[in-house]
Design a protein around this ligand. Structure first.
Ligand SMILES: *[C@@H]1O[C@H](CO)[C@@H](O)[C@H](O)[C@H]1NC(C)=O
Ligand SMILES: *[C@@H]1O[C@H](CO)[C@@H](O)[C@H](O)[C@H]1NC(C)=O
Ligand SMILES: *[C@@H]1O[C@H](CO)[C@@H](O)[C@H](O)[C@H]1NC(C)=O
Ligand SMILES: *[C@@H]1O[C@H](CO)[C@@H](O)[C@H](O)[C@H]1NC(C)=O
Ligand SMILES: *[C@@H]1O[C@H](CO)[C@@H](O)[C@H](O)[C@H]1NC(C)=O
Ligand SMILES: *[C@@H]1O[C@H](CO)[C@@H](O)[C@H](O)[C@H]1NC(C)=O
Length: 317
């Protein structure tokens, strides 16, 4: 029944063509609209669809795991109104099956939603709030909350704008090719069960010398409580760049850690350009911190060049 309704509106969308940019379906826990859960709305989108579908989500706490499978592209998940809907799950285990939110499809846009993995509020273990695997994905005004391994920015070209990402240990990690613009990065070591130990903001996973991925933080605000480093390499060619960002005194003077690659630091690209704030003084940074040329800097911080060479462009907001 629901599926038939969906196709009916899809046809309507085409008929009104040109003007209507996408079909919208609604999620509301009260049951007064199309779907009660976010996953059931995603399930209603036909596999291999090639039209944008907006799933509009009424503010509430959704206690469910949400997955966008590989064959469901062109989904636009949108939290309605000012108060963000939160998707909350509590689990640890495989990165493939345990995260609160997983997206395996390409061409996905997400706006105004919070993703929470609350497992770490009681236990210590990797507990991913979002696993972002598809290519050409954009997140606007979203929140990612956890402690260890909050955001698995696994692979593909991604854009995060005005998002909040919170955690303590390796909480932005993976081999994504991503720009984080105007995001707030919150270190919560001081509030989590890891109080007193050191935090690690990034654990970037670039594994080969010719791989195109890197994490670029542009005009961001790094804040929070406790002490943390900007990053350590998950893989031997890790690249992380903080550009024109505010760094609070949560950042320790040496800034970065070589983890398992102390003998290969020349392969790492960890750089800071034009950062400011009490944690930004680079005079005591590790000696191997990278110095980027102006040309390389311009490449990494330019959205068109670094993540949008194929002009997928749903970063217009
Ligand atoms: C979607 O496309 C894939 C790859 O072309 C195909 O294997 C799969 O059967 C399709 N699914 C549906 C429901 O059409
Ligand atoms: C990386 O690219 C260079 C230049 O194209 C090539 O010579 C080299 O073999 C590549 N290395 C790897 C590991 O693929
Ligand atoms: C960064 O965020 C903190 C905490 O919200 C805030 O106090 C501070 O003013 C922000 N700094 C900048 C430069 O926006
Ligand atoms: C650097 O950050 C400041 C404050 O957020 C902003 O006004 C300025 O436009 C940024 N510069 C660049 C080159 O993005
Ligand atoms: C950075 O730290 C060094 C050593 O502690 C100090 O001499 C220098 O004045 C600081 N620079 C700034 C811009 O605060
Ligand atoms: C970014 O790169 C594009 C494509 O090369 C170029 O047209 C644009 O002027 C660049 N933007 C900035 C701010 O340099």
């Amino acid at each position: 029944m629901v599926k038939n309704v969906f196709f009916f509106f899809l046809v309507l969308g085409w008929v009104s063509g040109g003007r209507a940019q996408y079909l919208t379906i609604h999620v509301d826990q009260s049951g007064s609209s199309d779907f009660k859960t976010i996953q059931s709305a995603i399930d209603s989108v036909p596999s291999n669809n090639s039209q944008w579908v907006c799933i509009s989500i009424k503010p509430a706490i959704y206690l469910e795991q949400v997955t966008i499978p590989y064959h469901k592209q062109y989904i636009y998940l949108k939290g309605e109104g000012n108060e963000k809907a939160s998707i909350v799950w509590e689990s640890r285990g495989s990165f493939r099956s345990s995260p609160t939110f997983s997206c395996f499809a390409d061409n996905i846009k997400v706006e105004n939603l919070n993703f929470v993995n609350s497992y770490n509020y009681h236990h210590k273990a990797p507990a991913v709030a979002a696993n972002v695997v598809g290519d050409r994905m954009a997140f606007y005004d979203c929140g990612f909350y956890g402690v260890q391994d909050t955001l698995l920015d696994a692979r593909g070209k991604h854009y995060f704008k005005r998002c909040i990402i919170e955690g303590a240990v390796d909480f932005i990690f993976g081999a994504g090719q991503s720009i984080f613009e105007e995001c707030t990065i919150v270190v919560n070591v001081g509030k989590s069960r890891r109080e007193g130990s050191k935090g690690y903001i990034t654990a970037q996973g670039r594994s080969g010398a010719n791989d195109s991925n890197a994490f670029v933080f542009k005009n961001c605000n790094v804040t929070g409580s406790g002490k943390a480093i900007l990053g350590r390499p998950w893989r031997p060619y890790a690249r992380v760049i903080f550009f024109n960002s505010s760094l609070s005194d949560v950042i320790v003077p040496y800034g970065w850690d070589s983890w398992n690659y102390a003998n290969q630091v020349d392969q790492l690209t960890f750089a800071e350009i034009n950062c400011y704030g009490p944690g930004s003084n680079t005079s005591k940074r590790v000696a191997w911190e990278a110095q980027l040329s102006q040309e390389m800097t311009e490449y990494f911080v330019n959205i068109t060049k670094f993540i949008d060479a194929d002009q997928w462009g749903h970063h217009g907001r």
